[in-house]
Write a protein that binds this ligand. Structure first.
Ligand SMILES: [Zn+2]
Length: 173
């Protein structure tokens, strides 16, 4: 809230409307929280239509990579194989795998099997077997925009407990 806008000035959001008919009340409300001692974010976290479009395009690539994993994942492959699919497919589509090198993370995707909560590291030594459940967590950078989603896969047929966990978690999402 650095620049002091008058009521009849054009709004900072770029809508073309007068400030008083656009974000003035919103700013006053936020400023009220600030006066109460809360930490409030600046306007710069509000994305422009162009930025939202950029995030959307990144998200499409992210989902395409997960769809590719879905088509190929099966018993007998290593989680390193999933890492290779994600890395190759992301780059083929013009993106960059966001996890690689992030705070030292050594791989391009997170693969978490059964009771691993999250952020499992792919390995040649971890082989998927019938009945495993696995979360594949893909983060993508495309033209500077980040997107991130994950999906659970059931390898073949699993136990009723694991099946229920995957199904109910998906319903909640
Ligand atoms: Zn506005």
């Amino acid at each position: 809230m650095s620049k002091k806008l008058e009521r009849n000035d054009p709004c900072w959001c770029g809508s073309g409307k007068k400030y008083k008919n656009c974000h003035m009340r919103f700013d006053e409300k936020i400023h009220g929280f600030e006066l109460e001692g809360h930490i409030v974010p600046g306007h710069d976290i509000i994305k422009t239509p162009e930025q939202i479009e950029g995030i959307r395009e990144s998200g499409k690539l992210n989902v395409a990579v997960l769809d590719y994993v879905a088509e190929n994942i099966r018993a007998g492959i290593s989680t390193e194989q999933i890492n290779k699919w994600v890395d190759d497919k992301t780059r083929e589509l013009g993106g960059i795998p966001a996890p690689l090198g992030y705070e030292g993370f050594p791989k391009s995707v997170c693969t978490s099997i059964n009771d691993e909560v999250c952020h499992g590291i792919p390995s040649e030594d971890v082989i998927l077997k019938e009945g495993d459940i696995i979360n594949v967590d893909v983060s993508t950078i495309y033209k500077g925009y980040f997107s991130d989603s994950s999906r659970m896969f059931i390898i073949g047929k699993t136990t009723p407990d694991k099946e229920k966990l995957v199904r109910v978690a998906k319903e909640c999402v």
